[in-house]
Design a protein around this ligand. Structure first.
Ligand code: HEM
Length: 520
């Protein structure tokens, strides 16, 4: 039937919302597999997901949702960080007062700051747990090696974000923790000093100055940390995260055991079966050439991403938000007195995830702050290239033998680590044993302690343990499970020890209640 222009116009008004909706969402209700696929691939926000996922990816024990929760935390940190930027003033004169304003004056400022602070702690914890999950399910193996490397970059950038954010409140805690942190960054100078070559080659001094913009923590350092924290590092993290997600797709989805793989498609040229032998052939962008278009068909072991993956993501987002908001209403982020460069904080403790490193630094800044973290990061990067057994991908601990090796490694690591700590607390280390030599040959002793300190002893013990495991089990996978487990135990025990048992002057105390009252 023909409509006059006026009738057509009235009809357009009536259908305005329906037509607007149709122009935006160009598929019907997602009740068929085809519409579910369109829901994902035609939506800007959803099309990062594949149209279908393997059923194995949806089991909670496959990922425990750790990667998604880390992503959610990063997004929450970006949003709350931008809100905090509206009030925070990055200058030595104004930073502390603006933090107080955010906390006590700005409506909802306290909760925003708390969510940002607890979210940052949560992101560090989750990224470590996510790495452990990827490791223990062998999800770093071919073809996912490079994504593991991208993951390590994300880990380092996450730590850097946290380190740079720590200075911004400009309180005593921040100032002195960053003062220590920056001298660790400059600690290669200890080595060049001991070798007597600093005037020709001084990488430590260069790194420290590049970080602080001066020889001390002040205005230049604050503005550098601020720029790194709010612009450079978030951009780097977002870009690497984009590659990380893209690689998950290109590597064929999440790692899964062979039993979860769909059966191989029929080989072209072979008889696919008695019925419907296709006569046509199909191409996809000159990449795939086959005899079936395979559209709108159940592919074995897979389900459409819509709606299950999205339900999971919404549930995890809600759970993360709920925990963060409850925590933020309940516990306030700390804010000590205004930074005072004349009154050192004693002890000046770094945030919990750097405390293990700080414990090692108490023996040698260069050894504990540069050499051992360097060995750990390099070791993590090399895992997928040195451990290349192809079996048991997607299986936690590669089966019963791996569980057992992990359990024995925990016992070994706890014994060695606690043994070392008890020994050093009771008997000290080389400096306490040979005070005369320290006086006579300070440079030589300094170099010795850089490479022969309790942390190094532990690293060597773990390396020997994993070599022993290779010989014993005849498996590089079992050896890597042993080594990685030792590394996790090492991190946990040192973190616990430095949090609970270290007090003023980094001395040993059974608890905080035993600390002496330090007069400023
Ligand atoms: C900002 C930090 C990170 C974020 C936001 C992130 C996010 C994700 C997400 C959402 C996934 C999908 C599966 C899942 O939810 O677990 C994933 C997978 C993966 N991630 Fe990460 N990740 C981060 C850091 C890391 C780190 C530190 C590593 C390891 C060193 C890593 C290695 C991998 C690998 C290899 C996969 C594929 C796993 C598989 O196929 O099962 N990621 N990541």
């Amino acid at each position: 039937m023909k409509y006059s222009a006026m009738r057509q116009f009235l009809r357009n008004i009536k259908d305005l919302f329906r037509n607007f909706w149709k122009s935006m969402i160009r598929h019907g209700r997602p009740t068929t597999d085809r519409a579910r696929t369109q829901t994902v691939v035609q939506n800007f926000f959803l099309h990062i997901h594949p149209a279908r996922v393997n059923r194995h990816a949806l089991k909670w024990c496959t990922t425990i949702g750790l990667g998604i929760m880390t992503t959610v935390l990063f997004l929450i940190l970006v949003v709350t960080g931008i809100l905090l930027m509206l009030y925070y003033k990055p200058s030595v004169l104004t930073a502390y007062d603006s933090m107080k304003d955010i906390h006590f004056v700005v409506p909802t400022g306290r909760v925003m700051r708390n969510v940002h602070r607890w979210g940052a702690h949560g992101m560090v914890a989750l990224v470590i747990l996510h790495m452990a999950r990827v490791f223990y399910t062998s999800a770093y193996k071919s073809p996912r090696e490079f994504n593991w490397v991208m993951g390590i970059v994300l880990l380092v950038v996450t730590f850097a974000l946290s380190f740079t954010g720590y200075l911004l409140p400009w309180d005593q805690l921040a100032f002195w923790a960053i003062t220590i942190g920056s001298s660790i960054a400059g600690s290669p100078q200890d080595l060049t000093d001991a070798l007597g070559i600093t005037q020709y080659f001084n990488p430590g001094g260069f790194i420290k100055e590049a970080l602080l913009g001066a020889h001390f923590v002040g205005e230049e350092a604050l503005i550098r940390f601020y720029t790194l924290h709010v612009i450079i590092l978030p951009i780097v993290l977002s870009a690497v995260l984009g590659v990380h997600f893209w690689r998950i797709r290109k590597d064929g989805g999440l790692a899964r055991p062979a039993s979860a793989e769909p059966p191989d498609p029929p080989v072209p040229g072979e008889d696919p079966g008695p019925e419907d032998t296709p006569t046509e052939s199909f191409d996809l962008m000159a990449i795939i050439h086959d005899r079936t278009p395979a559209t709108n068909q159940e592919i074995e072991n897979t389900v459409p991403s819509w709606p299950r993956v999205f339900h999971l993501e919404v549930i995890l987002t809600m759970a993360v938000l709920l925990v963060l908001i409850v925590l933020s209403l309940w516990i306030d982020a700390p804010l000590a007195e205004r930074a005072n460069p004349d009154v050192p904080e004693n002890p000046a403790k770094a945030p919990w995830y750097f405390l293990g490193c700080q414990e090692l630094v108490s023996y040698s800044a260069f050894g504990g702050g540069v050499v051992i973290p360097g060995i750990v990061v390099l070791g993590l990067l090399l895992i997928p290239y040195l451990e290349r057994e192809e079996e048991d991908v997607g299986i936690w601990f590669s089966g019963r033998r791996g569980w057992w090796i992990a359990a024995v490694s925990v016992i070994f690591a706890v014994l060695v680590n606690i043994g070392m700590l008890v020994f050093t607390v009771k008997y000290g280390w080389i400096r306490e044993w040979f005070p005369d030599l320290v006086q006579k040959y300070p440079r030589i002793l300094q170099i010795v302690i850089m490479f022969a300190n309790p942390g190094m002893v532990y690293v060597v013990a773990c390396a020997l343990w994993s070599i022993g495991l290779i010989l014993w089990t005849n498996s590089t996978r079992m050896a890597s499970i042993g080594l990685f487990t030792c590394f996790l135990v090492f991190f946990l025990i040192l973190t616990y020890f430095a949090t609970v048992h270290r007090g003023p002057n980094w001395d040993f105390f059974w608890s905080h209640a035993d600390w002496p009252v330090v007069e400023h």
